[in-house]
Ligand binder design. Structure first.
Ligand SMILES: Cc1cc2nc3c(=O)[nH]c(=O)nc-3n(C[C@H](O)[C@H](O)[C@H](O)COP(=O)(O)O)c2cc1C
Length: 374
């Protein structure tokens, strides 16, 4: 019998199994407000031990894609309250992924059409998703950012703190700080992006300072047992690169060890791609060493892994002790009843890529359940 389907305690959050729904941006919240469709989508997936919401901008400035729901207006928070109520009514647990996209944005999505902010003035070679006037979606080059002034950084930290409080008030069981995939915190951490000369640039200590200050502010506001973070040590997503990811992320997890976080969420390899992805000439990333460094530094949070897991590899990860929790992304898009299917070893529906981003019910709340099996 595997532990994958057994309950456990994740910080302050009691979960009914170790299967987690990974954060999945779906661009189905026009006006940045969660709606009925979004409530139904999350409700359908509430048998996951834990749901991590789609990435959710903490401010208008943190916004970089069309039709993603925010965490910064009363309407959006009221919408999220309906989502959290629906998930709780089904016996599920849900945390919100707190997002600041940094330079992965477009002027048209920014307050007053301004420049997105980052650790640098250099644009990412990357794309964001916009919705055209006729309602169709398309990808567009990200706009040129401006480097945040040192004096603006306390304001960014304050934005995270406020969003965390608002999230708890909206009924979330906790928050996951999005430190992955080349967004703002990653833009500070990686030396392939951060070209600052102030106390937030240069050494690993300086580049990781913002991330630690955010963790500090959020844990003080809502408690460490309801706070988590996602990291993706080697992913090249959104034009991210670091010359020494093993040293960088070892420093990060060692620093996180002093907080009793709910969990640390690691995307292994290229997000949505090769698991053994290498940044530049670096050797394969050693995830076991990363986890050991965390534990050696006294870290006790649950260790969550993601990227390309299936039933067999998830069972192996949990039963071998290599991970406490496994997050599934695409399998949860296509299988609202993923937990049951994994438990009974039933075949999975295949996800339809054409309906990942934007649109309506199709490819969102209409994937069939494996009803007939007890
Ligand atoms: C449609 C889609 C949207 C995604 N949105 C997010 C997101 O909002 N935040 C995030 O951290 N990762 C996001 N990801 C990455 C997934 O969380 C996950 O890391 C990736 O799909 C690999 O896991 P899987 O192999 O189980 O799908 C997204 C992936 C997909 C396919």
């Amino acid at each position: 019998m595997t532990k994958l389907f057994e309950p456990t305690q994740v910080g302050d959050i009691a979960v009914k199994n170790r299967i987690v729904m990974a954060p999945l941006t779906r661009n189905r919240s026009p006006g940045a407000v969660p709606n009925d469709l979004n409530v139904e989508y999350y409700r359908q997936r509430a048998t996951a031990g834990l749901i991590i919401t789609e990435a959710t901008p903490i401010t208008h400035q943190g916004q970089g894609y069309a039709d993603v729901p925010g965490l910064y207006t009363k309407e959006a928070l009221d919408g999220w309250k309906r989502v959290t109520d629906a998930v709780h009514a089904e016996g599920g647990k849900i945390v919100v992924q707190m997002w600041h996209v940094g330079r992965i944005s477009h002027n048209t999505l920014q307050p007053n059409g301004g420049k997105p902010v980052s650790s640098t003035n250099r644009a990412a070679k990357g794309k964001t998703y916009l919705v055209n006037a006729d309602g169709t979606g398309s990808f567009a080059e990200t706009s040129e950012p401006r480097a945040l002034e040192t004096s603006e950084i306390p304001g960014i930290i304050e934005d995270y703190r406020k969003a965390a409080r608002a999230a708890i008030d909206a009924g979330f069981d906790g928050v996951e700080i999005h430190g992955a995939n080349g967004y703002l915190l990653d833009q500070f951490m990686r030396d392939g992006i951060n070209d600052r000369t102030d106390q937030y640039g240069g050494s690993i200590e300086n580049r990781t300072k913002l991330t630690f200050e955010v963790v500090d502010a959020v844990t003080k506001e809502i408690g460490a047992g309801r706070t988590a973070i996602r990291l993706s040590p080697v992913t090249p997503s959104n034009d991210s690169y670091d010359s020494n990811p093993q040293a960088l992320f070892t420093h990060v997890v060692e620093g996180l060890a002093k907080y009793d976080l709910a969990y640390i969420h690691i995307v292994e390899g290229q997000t949505g791609g090769e698991r053994d992805y290498k940044q530049g000439d670096n050797p394969s990333f050693d995830y076991k060493a990363l986890c050991q460094a965390y534990e050696k530094a006294g870290g006790k949070a649950d260790w969550m892994v993601n990227n390309g897991y299936d039933r067999a590899t998830a069972i192996d990860a949990v039963d071998s002790g290599r991970a406490d929790l496994v997050a599934f992304g695409k399998p949860f898009i296509a299988n609202p009843d993923l937990v049951k299917r994994l438990e009974k070893n039933l075949p999975l529906n295949a996800p339809d890529q054409a309906t990942f981003y934007g649109g309506g019910q199709k490819g969102y709340i209409d994937y069939p359940l494996a009803d007939k099996v007890a």
